[in-house]
Write a protein that binds this ligand. Structure first.
Ligand code: PDD
Length: 278
């Protein structure tokens, strides 16, 4: 297994980082996850645009141009012979003596690795997943793809302990998003509903593509808040993310959604996204 660390492609076992890295000490960094299908990066332009934006918001200079990023990611995919899975990319402010304010001189730490994962043919996508809900405990800049993920770790652990696939986070009665995914419901009149972009959620790249595909297919899409009650009463529900594409949700907090099977429109949206990725 080959990983990328600060300009070098190295065997995983040889990769080293200083303990003073601010990613480790302060979660002072950001990341991206892009899917790979048939050795090709999916929706990667969006991920690189968001990477640049996240860096800008926390004032780390982007170490590479988009072309350079793609070159490095592609080389990593080739070196690992990754047919299907994800590329993980992380940039932190770098290593410096521990002090909260930015160090005067620090070079950003860049880490990339791949993980094989079967995304196209997923048994979970056939059956759908159940979700539980948890309070959204995160900070107020969730639009930044920060490596500070403690609230999401706790949310996903709650899901794991409940034996389900994802946790939806709830704030002021409305669903914000999944611990690592965007949340959607489809109302009984066939309207696809997801929360509008703001600092309260991550602007999902898969979300954006799925909304575009839905609009092209003449489906109704509405960006608005939806409550937990509305979600329980929905005809269909699903999540989107780079690592799951479109994943049907068949139960929320033990309440079956629709007939408790992946919904018709959800399956159609998954197919539309797969057609784009294949
Ligand atoms: N998570 N919301 C949150 C909080 C996320 O962490 C993610 C992605 C998404 C979906 O965004 P996108 O469609 O751009 O992947 C929404 C990645 C996959 C992860 O942390 O592994």
């Amino acid at each position: 297994r080959i990983v990328f660390v600060n300009g070098e492609f190295l065997p995983f076992e040889e990769a080293r980082l200083p303990i003073m890295d601010r990613g480790f000490l302060f979660a002072d960094g950001i990341y991206e996850v892009s899917a790979v299908v048939g050795r090709r990066l999916i929706d990667n332009e969006g991920h690189l645009t968001r990477l640049a934006r996240s860096l800008g918001e926390i004032r780390i200079a982007n170490p590479y141009s988009d072309e350079e990023w793609v070159g490095l990611q592609t080389e990593l995919i080739t070196r690992n012979e990754l047919d299907e899975g994800i590329v993980y990319t992380q940039v932190t402010r770098g290593a410096a003596e521990r002090d909260f304010a930015f160090p005067k001189e620090a070079t950003p730490t860049v880490v990339m690795f791949t993980q094989p994962k079967s995304i196209l043919a997923s048994p979970q996508a056939e059956s759908g997943i159940a979700v539980v809900t948890v309070p959204d405990l995160r900070w107020k800049r969730r639009d930044i793809k920060s490596v500070a993920l403690l609230a999401q770790v706790l949310a996903k652990q709650a899901a794991a302990e409940a034996g389900v696939g994802e946790a939806w986070m709830v704030e002021d009665g409305a669903v914000t998003e999944g611990s690592s995914s965007t949340a959607f419901i489809i109302t009984r009149d066939g309207t696809i509903v997801t929360r509008p972009l703001s600092n309260a959620i991550l602007p999902g790249i898969t979300r954006r593509s799925v909304m575009r595909l839905a609009q092209e297919a003449q489906l109704r899409v509405e960006e608005r808040l939806f409550t937990l009650e509305e979600a329980h009463d929905a005809a269909e529900a699903f999540i989107t993310s780079a690592s799951s594409f479109v994943m049907p949700v068949v139960a929320i907090d033990g309440t079956p959604i629709g007939d408790g099977k992946p919904g018709r429109l959800t399956r159609r949206l998954r197919e539309l996204y797969l057609d784009m990725a294949r």
